[in-house]
Design a protein around this ligand. Structure first.
Ligand code: C2E
Ligand code: CA
Ligand code: CA
Ligand code: CA
Length: 279
């Protein structure tokens, strides 16, 4: 048995070593990425859910981090955000992301909003309230135009601290949305305990609309639940006109997804943000 397990180890070891080495190298590269100007933001439109794309009015954009690695090319945030999280780099990177997003949004026509993702480490270990406050002052962005997206993972760690932080952030006038709702533990008590302004229904439920009746039932229930708690509801990952029509019919407030637009450098949305000169 000993030999067998040894054999198993030698089979998988090289690959695992490679993965660990990859992560280590990526971590080193990431630590200089900001300074080297390799990070940028893509912006994906968020719309008020109309019954068709033409009827869906753009209300803002979600900022999504992009890393152009000098050798590897584009590295997915699904890969580099966790590395930044574990190594603590996320605090500096998150600060850069928030500042860039707010600076950009400050130049958009007034009602347009910007949504920025806050990661757990950034939320629980940095001075997130002080940071948001100073960046709003620095960029001149009206607090009401900034929305912070957090996942429930942030709050599971420390309920009391999470609640205190959310209250202080809301006191600044920014809005808070619960990202990826339904993908984790999503206990209903969280919705009652934390002052969210918005729920983002996880893409998985939207993808499955029309494929299984359970997803439709869940989406419908989340919309009702959120509205009952005076929160607004946005669906992510909306890719088809059928999904959009269903969501509009069920009274979902917002939609985001490839149907409305992919995440792109903001210049590509110059028409939408009324800055024709960028196009
Ligand atoms: P997320 O916050 O749930 O962001 C939505 C992701 O879904 C984005 O992936 C977006 O490109 C993708 N998406 C949007 N619409 C559609 C669609 O219709 N179909 C499909 N298949 N996908 C769609 P992306 O940009 O690769 O980001 C992945 C994740 O990385 C994000 O998930 C978020 O958790 C994290 N992330 C990205 N940027 C940041 C950031 O600036 N800060 C932090 N803390 N996390 C970030
Ligand atoms: Ca998000
Ligand atoms: Ca999400
Ligand atoms: Ca997601």
């Amino acid at each position: 048995a000993k030999q067998k397990s040894r054999g198993t180890i030698s089979l998988f070891q090289p690959e695992m070593d490679q993965q660990i080495r990859d992560r280590r190298v990526l971590h080193q590269d990431l630590s200089v990425a900001i300074k080297n100007g390799e990070l940028s933001l893509a912006f994906q439109p968020q719309g008020a859910a109309g019954h068709s794309v033409a009827e869906s009015e753009i209300i803002g954009f979600e900022a999504l981090a992009r890393w152009q690695h000098p050798v590897r090319g584009q590295v997915s945030p699904a890969e580099f955000i966790p590395i930044a999280e574990e190594s603590g780099l996320i605090v500096e990177m998150g600060e850069w992301i928030l500042r860039e997003a707010c600076r950009e949004a400050a130049s958009w026509p007034k009602p347009l909003q910007v949504a920025v993702n806050l990661s757990p480490a950034q939320f629980m270990h940095g001075d997130v309230v002080g940071l948001v406050h100073s960046i709003l002052l620095e960029t001149g962005l009206a607090p009401g135009r900034l929305e912070l997206e957090i996942t429930e993972g942030v709050l599971i760690e420390d309920f009391d601290r999470g609640l205190a932080l959310l209250r202080r952030l809301k006191a600044l006038g920014v809005r808070i949305s619960m990202d990826d709702f339904g993908s984790g533990y999503s206990s209903l008590s969280y919705l009652q305990a934390f002052p969210f302004d918005k729920i983002k229904i996880d893409r998985a439920f939207i993808t499955n609309l029309g494929r299984n009746p359970q997803s439709a039932a869940i989406v419908r229930a989340v919309i009702d639940l959120g509205h009952g708690l005076e929160m607004s509801i946005i669906a992510e990952g909306v890719e088809t006109v059928e999904q959009l029509a269903f969501l509009a019919k069920e009274g979902c407030d917002g939609v985001q997804g490839y149907l409305l637009g992919r995440p792109l450098p903001i210049g590509k949305y110059a028409g939408l943000v009324g800055r024709a000169e960028v196009m």
